[in-house]
Design a binder for this molecule. Sequence first.
Ligand code: PMP
Length: 400
Amino acid sequence: MTTSAAYITLDEQWGAHNYHPLPVVVARAEGAHVTDVEGRRYLDFLSGYSALNFGHRHPALVAAAHEQLDRLTLTSRAFHNDQFGAFCRDLAELTGTDMVLTMNTGAEAVESAIKVARKWAYEVKGVAFDSAEIIVATNNFHGRTTTIVSFSDDPIAHDNYGPFTPGFVMVPFGDAQAVRDAIGPNTAAVLMEPIQGEAGVVVPPEGFWADLRAACDENDVLLIADEVQSGLARTGELLALDHEGVRADLYTLGKALGGGIVPVSAVVGRGDVLGVLKPGQHGSTFGGNPLACAVGSAVVELLRTGEFQERSRKLGEHLHRRLGDMVGHGVAEVRGRGLWAGVDIEPTHKTGREVSMALRDEGVLCKETHLRTLRVAPPLVITEDELDQALDALERALDA
Ligand code: PMP
């Protein structure tokens, strides 16, 4: 048997060093559990950064993938396929939107939304050519492409990747007045995460999004919600913005849209906005492929029942109650919504990495974001008992 150490050596020798994984080598997984190459079982407390909202290898999703694998996997959009249209219809109906633009990764969805917003600004709003602006937030995370990192204020994501794409204006996250002050005649859109995931699950002040909506309406500006991480039941609603009673003009979706099986992302929203794209003006070889659409349709089917939203709401209350009790006992602050939490570890205490390592030894896989924040995002199929096991382990890990 090859040991974990041997696999890790292989990774480090041949894989680019753009990640710093926890030293655990996963070989199998099911539901909320993963098993490493040595047969140790762990509870997954990260869910592939929310790509595994339905757990590992959800039977309905695996069945949809198998069935499609046996029939047709790729056509490119040069031809129609028998999965694409129904997936777009189902996703649009689920999200209460008019139109779906399919891509693969979250970053591609965001790039696509940026392109659409700019095109809309020139062709519909009448912004002067090449001068459209998009307002973004401090501490944002929208992906890793050169345009997206151009408007990141995180030095690790941003530095040494210039020259950068212009046309972005940054304001403090959660400050609606700053957005209003930043809006000018060239503003095409406001692009923000409803809850900032990578920043540490940061929830903006109540009313922030309603203010943004009003500011956008008053100024003919598009409101774009990046729900790649926060969407699809993670927070206890289909979309995190649903908690605010606010509708965006465009939403970017990804991660869980592919059920943890294939990369599937989309921009969904107003037909008159996405409608600025005409044949040949945007695309992707893999976007909207039949395998992605078959899995995506099965994901939509799971979300339609509301069962996962309900689990996230109920279990989320329990999670936040218990995490709240840890404040003052190694934990400085807890934020989040539903089965999603940013847990700040007290500055005098361990780093996020140290707590993640101690948790691994306890059989729970979690990962820090930034130095002192743990991001807790268990699969929504986790049971209350399993959640308690993991939280007991967290208490011990903080103590250890
Ligand atoms: N937007 C948000 C809000 C994200 O959290 C992420 C990924 N963490 C992305 C976009 C990028 O997604 P991907 O890694 O699939 O490109």
